[in-house]
Ligand binder design. Structure first.
Ligand code: IPM
Ligand code: MN
Length: 371
């Protein structure tokens, strides 16, 4: 299979984690006879530094013409504490989502037995957690009218949803539920917000078309609590843009490290794949960031291409590294392996070099000596 992939390494640890995914994708291409072409483009603080714009037009153009986009991370501390900054890195990502109409952001949350001890939650509550968040990504308060009066004393952000925006992601979420445990939870704030009442109405109507799926409704404040108290109850969680942003970060800690979680943002054309972690500037350039969120995002990209077997082998390789203690510093601060080493181990595994002729001694050499 031939695919054109736009790579946006982005900011902070974005470049170093994305490079591990490229290694793994190259190993897949070689092993299974695919042809992945990469073209590199700018977005975020990196793009502002180099071009003045957080999303140059040529990046949008390339993304529109690609089969998929692999993205690293966005954000730089110099903008975070400056609310007056006119240009912000994040504007690049928001504009790309809108330009490509990436209306559904899919964030799977699962746990790994070998990492249970890292979770802030009790092991008995997180065994076999496996749910997926469907977050609406191109509407709501993120994209509504924003105003600040001349005196700079009153600000507003409008939250608008159309029936059509709700319907298209709701259908995707129901279809996903049919492939899974057939449960869908809508998270909203229908006791207060008009937009949430529209979400509830539309979801109730569409539920009639999917009678096999059990549907329930949770207010977002309660959902935030339930995700911590009993995450096993969830299968497919459907929600609007900002609630999805917040609960997906919350859910990400269940697994023990934010560095593990992948995501896909899909629309009608090219789709975008990125780890859910941010740019983690403190770790940039140190070869200590966890590349698994990016590598698992690359696996989601392969699933999206219909390359299910290839995606499955990447997940198997990831499980193999975790089970054997080949982990980065976020997971084991004392006995850790470098970002690049994890990328090599996973690409070696995918390339069929492990576990048959595993040479632990060689891997030990690639381990960190900084303790
Ligand atoms: C995310 C991020 C973005 C968002 C930021 C970087 C604009 O937090 O993808 O979750 O809020 O959507
Ligand atoms: Mn977020």
């Amino acid at each position: 299979m031939k695919k054109n992939i736009v790579v946006i390494e982005g900011d902070g640890i974005g470049p170093e984690v994305t490079r591990q995914s490229i290694k793994v994708l190259n190993a897949i291409a070689e092993q299974y006879g695919h042809d992945f072409n990469y073209s590199y483009h700018l977005m975020g603080a990196d793009a502002i530094d180099k071009t003045g714009s957080p999303l140059p037009d040529e990046t949008i153009e390339a993304a529109l013409n690609s089969d998929a986009i692999l993205f690293g991370a966005i954000g730089h501390p110099k903008y975070d504490n400056d609310p007056t900054a006119k240009v912000r890195p994040e504007q690049g990502l928001l504009k790309l989502r809108k330009s490509l109409q990436l209306f559904a952001n899919i964030r799977p949350v699962s746990t790994y037995a070998s990492l249970h001890h890292l979770s802030p939650l009790k092991t008995k509550n997180i065994e076999d957690v496996d749910f997926v968040i469907y977050r609406e990504l191109t509407g709501g308060i993120y994209f509504g009218k924003k105003e600040l009066n001349a005196e700079q004393t009153i600000a507003s952000d409008e939250c608008t949803y159309t029936r059509e925006e709700i319907e298209r992601i709701t259908h995707l979420a129901f279809k996903q539920a049919l492939q899974r445990r057939k449960k869908l939870t809508l998270v909203d704030k229908a006791n207060v917000l008009e937009t949430s009442r529209l979400w509830r109405k539309v979801v109730q109507e569409i539920a009639g078309l999917y009678p096999e799926v059990a549907v329930d409704f949770l207010f977002v404040d309660n959902a935030a609590m339930q995700i911590i108290l009993n995450p096993k109850q969830f299968d497919v969680v459907l929600t609007e843009n900002m609630f999805g942003d917040i609960i997906s970060d919350e859910a990400s800690v269940i697994s023990g490290s934010l560095g593990l979680l992948p995501s896909a943002s899909i629309g009608h054309g090219s789709a975008l794949f990125e780890p859910i972690h941010g740019s983690y500037p403190q770790a940039a350039g140190k070869d200590i960031a966890n590349p698994l969120g990016s590598i698992l995002s690359a696996a989601m990209m392969l699933d999206h291409f219909g390359l299910l077997k290839e995606a499955a082998i990447i997940r198997e390789a990831v499980n193999w590294t975790l089970q054997n203690g080949f982990v980065t510093k976020d997971i084991d601060p004392v006995n850790f392996y470098f970002t690049t080493t994890i990328g090599e181990l996973i690409s070696d595994y995918v390339g069929n070099k492990f576990p048959g002729d595993i040479n632990k001694a060689n891997i030990e050499l690639r381990k960190s000596t900084i303790i």
